[in-house]
Design a binder for this molecule. Structure first.
Ligand SMILES: [Zn+2]
Length: 236
């Protein structure tokens, strides 16, 4: 799950915080800052990307239009979470892409699954698992009756494209090829898969971090090959 930095609340030209008359008004600003990607499953979505309330507005009416409570979600992540009672008491039972280093906390595997990083302390692995469950990220075509849920298959497809790209780079390592691969990654989404496949190529990691808008740079250590590190102020 890509760690993101949404930036500060939006301010109008008079220096006042912009209050959205409707939460959907925030969508353009969120896309501008974070790109056309689901904040949870990382898919590239050009249509039907929705504004997602971290704490559901059905239970927290006053949070409905609050910038800090908003991210972007695809229909599958949104509908799996539904109105799960995430509130100020239990929000810390989960890891969140806008406050934690969720890339560090989760490990992606070639055949589709996402699991907590086994090198993390047990309580953080549990929180990572809670987030994976909250959005149903490990729903497979076999155990999911909704045929529209292609997140698992999408990860397998993108993993294959990333591996092919890495092989192409080995055969023809030029700046042009590197730029082309980054454009392919941007078009396909799934930041964490590209970062995992190119984990031993710091130059590619730096390019990928730059290419996906709003990626939290503080979550990666440039002096150590862009290895993920604890996010300042985050749980992990
Ligand atoms: Zn999603």
């Amino acid at each position: 799950m890509r760690p993101v930095n949404k930036g500060n609340c939006l301010i109008d030209q008079n220096g006042h915080q912009i209050i959205f008359s409707h939460y959907s008004d925030a969508k353009g600003y969120l896309i501008q800052r974070l790109g056309h990607y689901c904040s949870y499953c990382e898919r590239s979505i050009r249509a039907s990307l929705a504004v997602e309330h971290i704490q559901p507005q059905s239970r927290q009416q006053d949070l409905g239009k609050t910038w800090s409570n908003l991210l972007l979600a695809c229909v599958n992540c949104n509908s799996t979470k539904k109105d799960t009672d995430v509130n100020s008491t239990n929000i810390g039972d989960y890891l969140w892409p806008d406050t934690d280093n969720t890339y560090r906390a989760m490990t992606y595997y070639p055949n589709g699954p996402i699991h907590p990083n086994p090198r993390m302390p047990g309580h953080l692995q549990q929180k990572a698992q809670n987030s994976i469950n909250l959005f149903g990220l490990n729903k497979t075509p076999a155990n999911n009756s909704k045929a529209t849920d292609e997140r698992w298959i999408g990860r397998i497809d993108v993993w294959g494209i990333a591996e092919e790209s890495k092989a192409d780079l080995k055969d023809n390592d030029t700046p042009q090829m590197r730029r082309q691969i980054v454009k392919t990654a941007q078009a396909n989404g799934h930041f964490s898969i590209w970062m995992t496949v190119f984990h031993d190529d710091p130059d590619m990691l730096s390019r990928l971090i730059d290419a996906f808008p709003g990626t939290c740079r503080n979550c990666f250590d440039p002096s150590n090959g862009y290895m993920p590190v604890k996010r300042p102020g985050g749980q992990c």
